[in-house]
Structure formats: C-alpha cells, structure tokens
Design a protein around this ligand. Structure first.
Ligand code: PTJ
Length: 264
C-alpha cells in the first residue's frame, strides 16, 4: 500500500477519536462519489472546530432549540427539510426516519451544482429508504428572488412555510426570511449569518441533532396544537444563541484548568 492510500478501515474502534475519524471518512468517501462538494470537506473541518469548543455534546440550549424546531415542524402547513451533500453523506438513514416520522419531505438543494451530484445524493437517500425526494426535477424548479447562488433553484421550498436548513451558507436564510418563511437552522457556528438570521438555531452537530429530533418527535407527536404553539412562542432564539456562547466561554475557561492534566 502506498503511503498516500486511504487507510479508511484502519482506525480501531478503541481509538479515542474513532467517531470523529469515521465521520471524516464518510465525508471523504462522499466527495469521491460526488455526494459531497470539495468545499464540503472544508465546511466539515470548520464544523469540527466549533464542535470541539462546544465539548462535542448536545447542550441544554441545543435541546431547547430542537424541541422548538420539532414543535414548529409539527404545526407547519408546508414544511420541508433542505438536504445538501454533507448532510446526505453524514446521516442519511436517520434523516429519512425523521422525514417519515414528521411527514416532512426532503429537498435536495445544492450550493455547488455539478453534473451528477443531485443524482448521487438522490441515490444515497433512496438507499436509506426515502420515497418522497424533492429538488430532482429541473422542470419543477423555480428561482428564489434576490438570491444569486445555485441555492436559488428550489422546488417545494418555494411554497413552504417552514424550511429546515442544516449546514447552510448565509445568503439563502436571509432571502427565505425576507419571503416570510420560518427558518430552522442547524449550524455549529453560533455566529454564522444563517445562525443569526434563523428563527430557530440549533447549534449542534447534525450527527447528534437528527437522532435527538427523532426522540423529540416521538414525545411531542401526542401533544395538541396549542401546546406545540406555546413551545414555539416561548422559544427565544437570541437568548438561546447567547446562552450557547456562554457555554463555549465556560468550556474554554474550564479547559484552561483541565487541558494540561493529561500530561502525566
Ligand atoms: O453540498 P452543497 O453543494 O450544498 O455544499 C454544502 C456546503 C456545506 C459545502 C456549503 O453549504 C457551504 O460551503 O457551507 P458553509 O458556508 O461552509 O457553512 C456550513 C456551516 O455548517 C458552517 O458554519 C459550519 O460550521 C457548519 N457545520 C459544518 N459541519 C457541521 C456543521 N454544522 C452542524 N453539523 C455539522 N456536522
């Protein structure tokens, strides 16, 4: 084996950073199969960095945002979940489970359009069990006004009242808001433009968010609309982002005391 060959399966499960390395390889494999854009690797690295300073776990603030997001999706009239390459490569099965549980369609929407990518992502989602995938038929597409990037081309998103946008770049969230849509963002960077523009910002890793949303959906599905509406109305996104920033500050302060203790 040449020294540059990919040692995909060589990471032992006992490795302290096994999961992190596994997801890196999923992203790399995704890039080789056209699912992930080249820039998706860089985006993943940025996400890892934020995840690190969040302690790589779902905070109480993220849990609050997840609960509000699920409540919002349950009471929405035309909700939709936007899917890009990174999300499809990282967590396809759970995403499909969530979509079916909530009866919310998945729409493939890409920043980096390249021949074969939509098809590759569609295959991944189909393999994971998806039956209703939007964003695959060019003829059904409309363009979002005020947006120049490829993300302007939408299908069901154009009619939706609530759009969930995991790992999004800032411009579209702003445009979706100006079109009076409610936006749920999943972004490990609490200060990204998407995070700041969204109605509900889940600052957590998509890997943990989707399973947590599945659990939350099972709990909230039995609630009446009034209770769900109250959960949404009581949620304060700005306060939640500020709380998340405090979590990061506290984590760094704790690490100033703890980090060097591993040197024995
Ligand atoms: O597949 P495409 O063509 O639609 O492209 C997808 C990417 C992600 C490449 C594109 O949307 C992009 O360039 O996004 P940005 O502007 O890099 O923003 C991605 C955001 O997602 C950044 O703020 C990252 O911190 C964040 N992020 C990265 N990985 C994760 C994440 N957030 C949650 N979970 C992650 N695993």
């Amino acid at each position: 084996m040449s020294p540059n060959e990919n040692h995909n399966n060589d990471v032992p499960k006992s490795h302290p950073r096994y999961l992190s390395l596994k997801y890196r390889h999923d992203i790399i494999e995704g890039m080789k199969n056209l699912v992930v854009a080249e820039a998706g690797l860089i985006a993943h690295g940025r996400g890892e960095c934020f995840d690190y300073i969040l302690g790589e776990k779902t905070s109480q603030s993220a849990k609050k945002a997840i609960k509000a997001a699920v409540a919002m999706l349950l009471i929405a009239e035309k909700p939709v979940i936007s899917v890009n390459g990174n999300v499809a490569a990282l967590i396809p099965e759970e995403l499909v489970v969530l979509s079916k549980l909530l009866s919310v369609p998945l729409e493939i929407n890409l920043f980096y359009r390249k021949e074969g990518r939509i098809e590759a992502i569609k295959n991944v989602l189909n393999k994971a069990g998806a039956t209703d995938i939007k964003g695959v038929n060019e003829d059904a597409m409309v363009e979002l006004e005020g947006l120049e990037s490829n993300r302007r081309k939408v299908d069901f998103i154009g009619k939706a009242d609530v759009v969930m946008v995991p790992l999004e770049d800032g411009d579209r969230t702003e445009v979706l808001k100006k079109l009076n849509k409610k936006v749920i963002a999943v972004d490990l960077n609490p200060l990204s433009r998407t995070a700041l523009w969204a109605d509900i910002t889940i600052v957590d890793n998509i890997i943990r968010v989707i399973p947590e949303m599945i659990t939350s959906t099972k709990e909230l599905q039995k609630s009446d609309k009034k209770t769900l509406r109250e959960i949404v109305d009581e949620f304060d996104n700005k306060k939640n982002i500020l709380d998340t920033l405090d979590i990061i500050i506290e984590y760094i302060q704790r690490q100033k005391v703890e980090a060097f203790k591993i040197l024995k």
